[in-house]
Design a binder for this molecule. Structure first.
Ligand SMILES: Cc1ncc(COP(=O)(O)O)c(C=O)c1O
Length: 595
């Protein structure tokens, strides 16, 4: 191809487009490698216009052009936006929706996105509902025509590599007037092209296979059509500003040039390793879509072309300790998070995902890189050998029963049992939909009573675990169990539905009674307490004591939990202020060390 030519317009195969970075040759210098443009600003014409089409780097970074256009071409999409990370790309899709919109999200997925949906999207007002996306009938039952705006799936999905039938879910989305977004980070366009199967958006953590060298943090969204939703997403990208930098964009393009050869090599090695480990006496399960035993194998054969991905997981006999010991013994694999790089990685997922994780404690996730396959297999064999139980002692009783169960939810029968069907349905929604979300946010919840359509739930732990997302939780119950018309949270030990908090007394004592009944039982769980300082001219001043001072969730608890409750109890409230002298400030802090 000569200077100025564009391979993308000449119908070249994807491998060719990738290897030649769209086949472009710099018209001025003849360079085969595009330049980096670090300039943040671009000259304006004498008449004030921007005839180059660029004014400022945030929306118009020229170094992003090639990688974005290349990815759009590989995915068969109409346009592509590059973000500062995969999380920035994924969250931009949700943030382009509106509060109140209903979204269906696969239950098994990249954990940080699930956590973000629970911690931020739900309090912000998205009606997020988790569903088993591998069960198309369950998705069809959960979708709400006219109300569901987005279905989000990840396939293969972290870290059990569940496979979702993109075509089937796309048909359900279309029928309900919703969009389908697919996180195809693990599949890459080498193996699956979701847009061709009916999806509307493809999302990537480009940090992974697209770049492939563990040295760039990047994300991407590709669209099927530049419709109104895409324009909103584009505006979010431009105005929110989580855009990709020039150097990262340049490195990303360089990484994408070898995408096809890297992914195919990783797939071949992963399949060889999965086959070798399948039936290994130190393992009771190998999770890889390329194995016939994998529940998603048949769909994977249909929608993955040329391989089943470079990711697999193994479940070690003997549980968490045995799994950690295997990870400690590897010498070629690196013990590190992330995936899709040239070096092979091993990781114990459950220990970094926290107590609410659905990931079994005996699971190790493997990202297969480009090393010699003999080295990788020998390394795993030597690491697994000491984990082989002596003959006849293989203990199966200690093994978790499922590969991706929702975390167990503390449930108890309703105080006043309704008819059995309703009772069972409430318990199921609590167990499968609500309790995992609350647990993830640091609380636990159980049924306290059900009377005249009012379902009372007793919350233990931080009020921020459930209060800010009460509307979303109520929507889940109302959708699945229409007999539930209202949800009430009660403190542990508090009487169930019908116990009024606002009756009698002056505003100050009513508010303190409210705090003591509904907020302080939960704050007490981590040694904290909310105290009414004053009520003056409609302004309610509160102080936090004990463990709530400097608590990362204090501000959220106040704004989204306590304040709405006070306003409900005292409708003339003008403002609710926190007058605590927070020793650690109100900003969240993040632990970087264990202990
Ligand atoms: C499937 C998947 N999606 C999204 C992300 C988030 O990407 P990033 O780390 O680039 O923000 C990850 C990260 O591991 C991932 O594995």
């Amino acid at each position: 191809m000569s200077a100025g030519d564009d391979g993308a317009q000449r119908g070249a195969a994807p491998e060719t487009l990738a290897a030649q970075a769209l086949g472009r040759v710099d018209a001025r210098t003849g360079a085969l490698v595009p330049a980096i443009h670090p300039s943040t600003t671009f000259e304006r014409d004498a008449d004030g216009g921007y005839s180059t089409g660029r004014g400022y780097i945030r929306p118009h970074n020229p170094t992003c052009d090639e990688p974005a256009q290349l990815l759009a071409a590989l995915e068969g999409g109409a346009d592509c936006l590059l973000f500062a990370s995969g999380m920035a790309a994924a969250t931009a899709v949700f943030q382009s929706l509106l509060p109140g919109d209903h979204v269906l999200v696969c239950r098994v997925m990249y954990w940080a996105l699930r956590k973000w949906l629970i911690d931020f999207a739900m309090p912000w007002g998205l009606q997020v509902e988790f569903v088993d996306a591998t069960d198309a009938a369950a998705v069809a039952a959960a979708v709400r025509p006219g109300r569901t705006r987005l279905i989000w799936i990840e396939t293969p999905a972290n870290p059990t590599w569940e496979v979702t039938d993109i075509g089937a879910i796309a048909a359900i989305a279309r029928g309900a007037g919703a969009r389908l977004a697919v996180d195809a980070t693990v599949a890459t366009p080498v193996l699956t092209r979701p847009l061709a199967l009916g999806a509307d958006l493809v999302v990537h953590s480009a940090t992974k296979y697209l770049n492939g060298h563990s040295d760039v943090l990047a994300g991407a969204v590709v669209c099927r059509a530049q419709d109104a939703f895409w324009q909103r997403l584009r505006a979010w990208h431009r105005d929110g500003g989580a855009v990709l930098g020039s150097f990262e964009a340049w490195l990303l393009l360089r990484g994408m040039r070898t995408l096809y050869v890297r992914v195919r090599h990783a797939c071949a090695s992963a399949l060889a390793i999965a086959r070798r480990l399948d039936g290994h006496p130190a393992l009771h399960e190998v999770l890889y879509p390329g194995l016939q035993s994998h529940p998603g194998h048949a769909i994977a054969r249909r929608q993955m072309d040329g391989g089943f991905g470079g990711m697999l997981s193994i479940r070690v006999v003997g549980g968490e300790a045995a799994a950690m010991a295997v990870a400690a013994r590897v010498e070629v694999f690196k013990r590190a998070t992330s995936l899709g790089g040239v070096e092979s990685l091993i990781e114990h997922r459950a220990s970094i995902e926290g107590p609410a994780t659905p990931v079994p404690a005996d699971l190790l996730r493997l990202s297969i890189g480009l090393e010699a396959i003999e080295d990788l297999i020998a390394d795993l064999e030597q690491a697994l050998a000491p984990a082989i139980p002596p003959r006849g002692t293989r203990a199966t009783g200690e093994l978790p029963a499922q590969t991706s169960p929702p975390p167990p939810a503390p449930t108890s029968p309703p105080a006043q049992a309704p008819d059995d069907g309703v009772s069972d349905a409430i318990a199921r929604v609590l167990r499968e939909q609500v309790a995992p979300v609350v647990l993830e946010r640091g609380g636990s919840i159980r049924i306290a009573g059900f009377e005249n359509g009012v379902l009372s739930l007793a919350l233990e732990g931080s009020p921020a675990a459930a209060v800010p997302i009460l509307d979303a939780l109520q929507a889940q119950f109302r959708h699945h169990v229409p007999q539930v018309t209202q949800l009430r949270l009660v403190g542990a030990g508090e009487p169930a539905a019908g116990a009024g908090h606002g009756a009698g007394g002056a505003p100050a004592s009513r508010i303190q009674a409210l705090l003591d009944a509904r907020i302080n039982p939960a704050l007490a769980a981590h040694g904290g307490r909310a105290i009414l300082d004053a009520v003056r001219d409609g302004t309610v001043s509160l102080r936090f004591e004990g463990g709530c001072q400097g608590c990362a969730m204090a501000e959220v608890t106040l704004r989204q939990g306590i304040e709405p409750m006070i306003r409900e109890c005292e409708p003339h409230t003008v403002a609710v202020r926190d007058v605590t002298d927070h020793p650690a400030g109100t900003a969240p802090y993040f632990k970087t060390r264990k202990g």
